[in-house]
Structures are given as C-alpha cells and as structure tokens.
Design a protein around this ligand. Sequence first.
Ligand code: 13P
Length: 279
Amino acid sequence: MSFTDTREILLKAQAGGYAVGAFNVENLEMIQAVISAAEKENSPVIIQTTPGTLKYAPPEAFAGGVRALAAGAAVPVALHLDHGNSYELTERCRNAGYSSLMIDGSLLPFEENVALSASVVKASSPLPVEAELGTVGGKEDTHSAEILYTDPALAEEFAARTGISSFAPAIGTSHGVYKAEPKLNLALLDEIRSRVSVPLVLHGTSGVPDETVRECIARGICKVNYATELRITFSAAVRRALSEMPDAFDPKKYLGEGRKAVEEKVAHLIRVCGSDGKA
Ligand code: 13P
C-alpha cells in the first residue's frame, strides 16, 4: 500500500461516511508513531507539517522520512502541507514529494484568497489542494486569528472558482488549547455540506470532545486535524521519562517514550474518526 494520493484517501472516506485523521508531526519519532498506530488500526492516515515545522527541518527531510517509512507500511500514508502560507512553500513541498498541499489565504480579503488558492490549484495539478475560508480561531505557528464563521454562500462560490479538492470551513473550532469547551455551529456545517461537494476538513480538533467530532463526521467532515494534542502527549511522556531516568543520555531511549505515548493517542483518534479497518 504505502505512499498514497490524499485525494483517493479522502474520496473513499467521503463515500464511506468516515473521516481520516491528519496528524501533525514534529520529528522522526512522531512520524514513526503515526504510521505504527495506523498499521495497528489498519487505517489510512495523513501526516502533515506546518510552515513552522518546516523551518525546523526542510520539506525534503520530511518527504524523505515519511516516504521511506511508508514504503514498508501495510496501510496508505499521505503527506500534506498544513496551513501553507505562501505560493513558494507550496511549490517547494510539491517538488519535495508531498502528496497534497494546503494554501491558507484565510486572512486575506475574499478575492485575494480566491486568486491565491486558484493559482496554487493550477500550478499543483494533479496534486490535491485544500484551502480555508472564514477563519479557524487560535494560534497555529505564526498564523493567529479570531473565529470568523464561514459564510455558506461564499464557500460555494469559493470552491467553484478555485477548483480546490478539499475545503476547511470555520464552524467554531480554534487551534491550540481551549480555555472553555468549544461551541460548534453544526447547522452551519450542514448548510456548507449542502453547498460544497468536495471533502470537508475540521481544523482545531484537539480538545473537541470525541462525541462532537463523531457528530461532525456524521455531518460530512472527512479529514480531522490534530496537532496540539500530539505535541502535549509527546512532551509529557518525554518529561516523565527524563525524570524517571535522570541518568539517561541516549535520545533514542527517552524520545522512544514520546513515540509510544503518541502511538496510543493516535490509535484512539483513528477510532474516533472511524477509519480503523478501512485501509
Ligand atoms: P489543534 O491540534 O491545535 O486543535 O489544530 C490542529 C489543526 O487544525 C492543524 O491544522
């Protein structure tokens, strides 16, 4: 199976009424954890990196690492650019071998977002492109915004004019750690679903109760993004390992504890998405 087209993974999920988890990774251990969890759950999986992560290591390093590890995997694995913040970065990830790209023009005026997203779709063909209209709240890397709910009529126009393969609406979620339980507008999601036919993406899912995530999937979400929960899980496990093994000096040893914890977390989230057994 191994390295696969994101479009195929998401269209299968849309037809099957489930979602595929898109998990943000920061290092090799997290890539290993996500692929290993997907194999245990017999699930397709999307690995993604933000622009900030691509400052830590370049797209070529992540593409090489994911492709090498996916080559031996028994499940479909895709690599996606999350919140691409420039045309140039999408180009670089495409050339590095990513399987899909997000261009995030959500902070731009509508017409500029349409123009930027359409230009990336055109240049990237046949790679699938995700884009956002309205703003998911909170902070992801340098991208920070208030929640601005997506206008369904504009969403329909945006999808038609850009030719995107998947669409990220803003329905009340935020990136980062929630201070209070998020209030999602599910009626708005229904309205967007009725107007936009490409797979829909839920951003800012860390901290959203599992039951609410399932409800969103039942209403048409096909890709579910998790970043913060994995970063917290990894860091907590490594912190614990270092305090329990104060003499440890081999990074493989204490980072391995982070890998184990992320693997368990991702396996759980795959089951929440309902993609277990769907590889
Ligand atoms: P959080 O994990 O911060 O909720 O967001 C994930 C996400 O949407 C990444 O694009």
